[in-house]
Write a protein that binds this ligand. Structure first.
Ligand code: HEC
Ligand code: HEC
Length: 204
């Protein structure tokens, strides 16, 4: 093998390896079947958690790495939610990867949802968030969740959870601590209002 050919060969192998890691580890078709038990809450538009009352989060189009991290958090009890703990407790790593691949395969929404808060005020305040979550709540980094099109009251609830420490994440705790009630409401309105965003599974 000439030196040039050798270099090309090495480059090909490296590219192949990179392409391999970039591919989703999960199987969307298997994930669809495994998601059946989740549809009672996550595939019904407008469905709410009983107490406290807030919408069950939209999952269609969410980043796969974030979905897996979230499920591991509920399974380990690091994220506190009894129902989600029960629903994630029997999932294997492969189950989580398959479900994440299925959820992330959903195309993003094309229309905005109705919003009750002040979107314009939230846009101004969102400058603190866009480095990680993207200017429209669709950041490209797989571990940073999409916020675009998420339910407004779920975003509000979660920002409170970070603030009080009910949901533990050092980065988001630092971001949420200085926020006032008004800031939280405005930011939730802004990200929830984005038309190109998350969808309720099976409803796109
Ligand atoms: C009884 C209703 C219910 C069922 C069934 C259920 N979930 Fe959930 N899920 C919720 C609620 C409520 C939350 C928000 C919990 C919180 O506040 O942390 C949630 C949160 C999540 C999140 C985190 C979303 C985010 O944006 O951080 C993921 C991922 C998830 N569920 C996946 C699943 C999967 C996969 C299943 C089935 C194996 C499932 N859920 C079954 C109600 C349910
Ligand atoms: C340095 C990066 C970074 C910045 C800046 C940042 N976030 Fe986050 N955000 C994250 C990460 C990482 C997570 C996932 C944490 C977890 O697993 O709980 C997250 C999660 C969230 C969630 C939970 C979403 C869900 O589906 O449950 C909300 C809401 C949120 N961020 C809002 C904001 C807002 C509003 C701002 C600006 C005030 C902001 N973030 C700034 C990194 C960041």
């Amino acid at each position: 093998m000439t030196r040039f050919a050798l270099r090309s060969f090495v480059a090909l192998v490296v590219c192949g390896a990179l392409a391999g890691t970039a591919q989703a580890a999960g199987d969307p078709a298997a994930g669809k079947a495994k998601f059946e038990t989740c549809t009672g809450c996550h595939a019904i538009p407008g469905y709410t958690n009983a107490y406290p009352t807030y919408h069950v989060p939209r999952l269609g189009g969410q980043h796969p790495d974030y979905v897996v991290a979230a499920l591991k958090g509920y399974q380990a009890g690091e994220r506190q939610h009894p129902t989600m703990h029960a629903n994630s407790s029997s999932l294997s790593e492969q189950d989580m990867q398959d479900i994440a691949a299925y959820l992330s395969s959903y195309p993003l929404a094309k229309e905005a949802n109705p919003i009750s808060g002040n979107v314009a005020a939230g846009k101004v305040k969102s400058v603190a968030c866009v480095a990680c979550h993207g200017p429209d709540g669709n950041g490209p980094i797989p571990l940073y969740p999409r916020l675009a099109g998420q339910y407004e009251d779920y975003l509000t609830k979660v920002l409170h959870d970070y603030k009080t420490g009910k949901r533990n994440n050092s980065v988001m705790k630092g971001m949420a601590l200085p926020l006032t009630e008004q800031d939280i409401a405005d930011l939730a309105a802004y990200f929830a209002s984005q038309p190109k965003g998350l969808v309720v599974v099976g409803h796109n």
